[in-house]
Design a binder for this molecule. Structure first.
Ligand SMILES: [Zn+2]
Ligand SMILES: [Zn+2]
Length: 170
């Protein structure tokens, strides 16, 4: 365990893990050690994490851990609403407010994997209506928006300014 983490963030991490544990217990589900560990890693990162990164972390505490073990834990955590699956970046992120309102809009930075979660049932209903008007049924309660976080956007702008060649617009 790293000792560089501040006590404040350790405390909030433990609070979030306790909340997850309580939610599972209330539903008669069990947050097994491996499920808890996967959730803990995601909560610590506070951004989206890829499967191989997760597996690397898990193997630090459980050297023989196989990918299916991690995927099963992820499936459980998704089913319990404790994490979000992000197809846009092929990764997973912890839900930072699992006990609160369901997040239906997820914004993901495609550069660094930062995530912002929103609960906006009205906007989501409008989206569903728009989709329905085209003859489709929205079958996922989470909508992902690919974006750039401000730091990544600024980096890209700075990079653009110092770039020796100007990109031709096609
Ligand atoms: Zn969430
Ligand atoms: Zn970013």
């Amino acid at each position: 365990m790293s000792s560089s983490t501040s006590s404040a963030s350790v405390q909030s991490l433990n609070t979030l893990l306790d909340t997850a544990e309580t939610l599972c217990t209330q539903r008669g589900r069990r947050l097994t050690p491996i499920r808890r560990k996967v959730l803990e890693i995601l909560l610590q990162r506070q951004r989206s994490v890829k499967a191989y990164e997760l597996l690397d972390e898990i193997r630090k505490v459980q050297p023989g851990a196989a990918p299916p073990t991690v995927y099963r834990a992820l499936d459980f955590l998704i089913a319990e609403g404790l994490i979000h699956r992000l197809d846009a970046v092929n990764a997973w992120a912890a839900c930072m407010d699992a006990a609160g309102d369901r997040h239906d809009i997820l914004v993901i930075c495609t550069e660094c994997g930062a995530v912002a979660e929103f609960s906006d049932p009205k906007l989501h209903r409008q989206l569903a209506q728009k989709v329905a008007s085209a003859g489709f049924v929205l079958n996922h309660h989470e909508t992902e928006l690919r974006a750039l976080c401000n730091p990544c956007h600024e980096k890209q702008l700075a990079h653009g300014h110092t770039h020796p060649h100007s990109h031709a617009h096609s």
